[in-house]
Design a binder for this molecule. Sequence first.
Ligand code: PMP
Length: 434
Amino acid sequence: APATPNSENLYARAREVMPGGNTRTTVYRKPHQIYAWRGDGCRITDVDCHVRIDALGNFTSLIHGYGNRQILEAATRQLEAGTCFGMPTESEIRLSEILCDRLPSVEQLRYTNSGTEAVMNAIKAARAYTGRPKIAKCEGAYHGTYDPAETSQDATPATWGDIDRPGSVPTAKGTPQGVLDDVVVIPFNNTPVAEAILRASGNSLAAVLVDVMPNRAGLVPAKPEYLAMLRRVTRELGALLILDEVITFRLGYNGAQGRFDIDPDFTTLGKIIGGGFAIGAIGGRAEVMSVFDPSKGPPAVPHGGTFSANPMSMSAGIAALEELTPAAFEKLEALGDRFDQGIGACFARHGIKGQVAGLGSLRRVHLTDAPLSDYRSTFAADGAARVSALAKALFDEGVIIAGNGLMAFSTAMEDADIDEIVRAFDRALLPFAS
Ligand code: PMP
């Protein structure tokens, strides 16, 4: 590994003032963190001047990489005009117009500062709208850190319970039992079992929360019949369907709901819609969104936020989405295809049992050839330790991916960058050859 004296010094300082020297569990790394200095296009230079290709894009949020001209200009203009006001700005209307235009199920939106808050507000809205306490979520899926949304991502199989009745397992110690009791956990992609569990919750279910391609459960797409069942059964039970598109909105011009032809009641957004600034959004039909409406008296769900809809995030987001044309999506698809071919050839050359999950500009590398359909199968295949070792080796070879193998391609990449990523894989995969 290359020498990193500057990062080591920073980490020594960090340990004094932050627990474990860290403020984001998701970016923690041993033996010490590597600190970013700057980003250019699809590359990050660290504080020791090592340059790496960024195939993660701050966990899928930087779909145009760093220094995109249009985003830079829009954000600079806004910076000069004022970063935030205790007043609304036109930019929130414009971003909403773009998103409503693209997302078939969304007529109205509200903004937050993160995907976590977007999911939290969607859950609160569903509870207010239905007058019911429970939400259902898929085992192993990540939806941010609001109490009911974060259960059942535990890495200790002994706690999971039977597949026919997965337990509502706390992720954070100290989660109140009352919270866990109001979460119904369903297995991802197992249509009959999930349907039976949902029906058993009957009229206490406010909403089902689903991500059509949950990263932590494997980045395996949902089966069409699974999604169709969720839509049908929620309607029958009088519950709402919340589609978490915080990551998957980048799967196409009309989001994952366009690509998968699904009609949710609420959609949660984040990441790319802020053009690299902090953001989240909740959208849906006007009728369900009316729980937030303060114009007819106190709303069913009061929602504010000092920095919600701040014009920095709004204007950068508008620029990012305007750059995300149908042609940009075609380019992203082509980059993904090129990676698949390259990595497939690597696996074959080295005789490695591997596979790549994902769609569009998102991928997750797995070091197993076992079929993956949900959290349990992904976990059982137990690539986890090996994949994180591969991610570390790739980092030293000059490519950044997530520790679980997650990758995101950006419009700042060209074919040559994908080829460079594949060559780094080729070297990093050597120790995994059988
Ligand atoms: N939902 C999904 C599907 C996510 O992947 C994430 C973040 N990775 C979140 C919600 C939470 O978003 P944030 O990190 O902005 O709070």
